[in-house]
Structure formats: C-alpha cells, structure tokens
Design a protein around this ligand. Sequence first.
Ligand SMILES: Nc1ncnc2c1ncn2[C@@H]1O[C@H](COP(=O)(O)OP(=O)(O)O)[C@@H](O)[C@H]1O
Ligand SMILES: [Mg+2]
Length: 399
Amino acid sequence: MDPRRNPYAPGAGLQPPELAGRDALIEDASIAMDRMLARLPVRGMFLLGLRGVGKTVLLNRLHRMADDKGLQTGKVEAPENGRLPQLLAPELRRILARIDLIEATGQAVRRAWGAIRNFCSVFRVSAGDFEFGIDPERGLADTGVLQQDLPDMLIAVAEAAAARNTAVALFIDEVQYLSADELAALIVSCHEAAQRGLPLLLIGAGLPQIAALAGNAKSYAERLFSYPEVGPLQPAAARAALERPAESHNVTFSPQAVEAVLGLTERYPYFIQEWGFHLWNAATASPVEYAVVEETLGQVIGHLDRNFFRVRFERLTPLQQKYLRGMAELGPGPHQTGLIATALGVDPRQVATVRQQLINKGMIWSQRHGETAFTVPQFDAFMRRQMPVLEPHVPRRRS
Ligand SMILES: Nc1ncnc2c1ncn2[C@@H]1O[C@H](COP(=O)(O)OP(=O)(O)O)[C@@H](O)[C@H]1O
Ligand SMILES: [Mg+2]
C-alpha cells in the first residue's frame, strides 16, 4: 500500500489512529473530573502498565478531556534524576494565570501567587517573571522542605480555583522516576486537598511499581488513589486497533493474518502499531494475507530490536545486561529472584545491587517480594537474540 497514506502510529506517545479498548477507563476518569467540578469527593488515579501499553497516549487523552470540561490543567513528565519543583512551578504559574483571568483578582488568587513566588525562591527555580507586585505571605511554601511547601503551593492554587468555581487537574507521566520525597509531597498535597474538600485532581502514569512506591511513601496512599491497570488489549480491541485504521482506506486483513498479529504482539498496543505499519507498507493487495505476515516477520523483529529494545539495552552496564540475560534464560517471567541468581551462577546477595539499579532504571520491577519481572514486554526474547550465550557471572574480588 502507499506508504504516504500509512495510517499507523508506532512510537512513544504517538496518538494511535484508533484508541482501542480504553473506554471504561476513560469513562471512570470522566466521572472523576465531573465529580471534582461538582466538588464531590474524588480519588486520584495512577495508570499502571508496562512499556508500550499506551499509558502516555491515554494520559494525553485524559488531559485533553479535562481541558474540554473546563478544568485548569498542567502536565509534566518526570525525568530520570530530574527535579519536580522545576517542572511543576511553571505549570502551576500557567494554571493560576488562567484562573486569574476568570474574574477580577481576589484574595485567594493573590495568596496563590505569593505561594508560587515563595516556592520558586526557596527551591531556586524559575517560573518566569511575576509581573505585578505580590506581597508574599510569610510562612507560605517557604520552608525549603518539599513535603510542606509543595502541599502549601498546591493547596493555595486549589483554593484559588475553588474561589473561581473551577478545579485543578495535574497530569504526571513516568511517575516511577520521582524521588520518594517528591512522590510523598504530591501524595500529601492530595491528602490535604481531599480533607479540605478542595478541587485538586492528580492523574499519574507509569510503571507498575508505582503502587508500591506510593504505599511506601505514605501508607494512606492506597486509599487516596485508584490504580487502574493499563494492560495488553482484549482480543476484540486488539483486532480493532489493527483493522479499523486500514478499514477507512478500504484495506482489510485476512482472519489468519489478524490472528497471527495478535499472537506475535501478545496484543500489546505498541507492537500492534508496528505490525500494522510494516504490513501496510509490505502489502500489495487487500485483503492482506497471512503470507505477508510471514514475509515481514524478520523485518519487524529487526526494526523492533534496533528501535525499541536496543536503545534500552545500550543504557545499561555490562553487569546489568548480564543480569537481564540471566533472567531471559528463564523466559518471560515473572521469576523468583533467587532463581535468577542461580541462572547466573551466584548467590542472590552478590547481584542485589545490580538488581536494584535495574529497578531504578525502570527495566525490571517486583510485584511480590522475591519476584522479578521485565517492564518491557518480550524483552526476554530480545535478550536471547542480543546475547545468544549466557556466560556465568564471576564477581570481582574487592582488593
Ligand atoms: N489503546 C490503543 N490502541 C491502539 N494503539 C495504541 C493504544 N494505546 C497506545 N497505542 C500505541 O502504542 C504505542 C505506545 O503508546 P505509549 O502511550 O507511548 O505507551 P506507554 O506510555 O505505555 O509506553 C504508540 O504507538 C500508540 O500509538
Ligand atoms: Mg509513556
């Protein structure tokens, strides 16, 4: 088919032509936003899932929906080793500027401007100029302790929103990269807002370990948020993700071709986009037959290796790579942590540090104590392609 008209959208955060299988989740978020605007109690959400399941596009979708509903929104992506105050302060400044436009300046809005200014000054972050004379209140978001100042600032902005009959919604992607202190500060903010009945909604997305990280940061986080799982698509949704984008161009797939793609992708949205993309370009006629899937297999795997898996692999030290190779020996997982060490020929304690490093880098996670799983679907098969032989690990002696 004509590559110029290829409708598929493989790539991180790229809006898919058909956002399949997420209607229930979108409806839950829609209810939460409407309740927030009506000043009814609402729990925040953390969308949890592996790489490539579609968390970012879903978060973007919810962000747009919140805008359409008239909530005051901001979005940040937590960078690895980054600083939350630096990212959040400008967003809040923008939000407050929009709130400020709603009516003539009032007390709550003035106070919130002061809070943001204090916050920026004590955490030495910039959020642009503050044009007019603000009398910053002393003792508001100015202690230098993030778990006090971030809630102060967010509460002040939520109060300003409440005074203007609107609500604040914050969207945070890659939550697993926040430090424990930053995550705790966000949770405390939501907790305080909930207690005071203030309209502050947090919707985060990230790797599944977030549920445990949030619980460790503040034990009440479990009840304060819901943790909807964003997983591989159900079969009907997976078929729709593959077939609908082509249908609008009068291109169809044979049933065998569809089932083959569902099997190869394990219904992971990113893999479906890649397959759709490559099949579209390779096919010369509709319906696209199973034979095209067979012919394209090597090309798609090569493309995924170069563009999806290897970039992650190359950010790792040789020892980290070897740990993942040991895991891959056992299959897709999750695996008992002890058995991974056994596969590597060492005692678990000798690889505890490297395992923790891989968790911090977001390559693996642990659903249950003593268990380890990949955060990237089909990474085990990639590791076996990349490092065909598993060499036993010989820890270096400290001199
Ligand atoms: N519900 C969906 N239906 C079809 N394709 C999707 C869906 N969700 C995501 N995708 C596609 O999957 C890929 C990965 O999406 P992304 O949001 O970046 O995943 P994540 O943030 O979970 O790693 C993108 O190419 C996107 O177009
Ligand atoms: Mg993402």
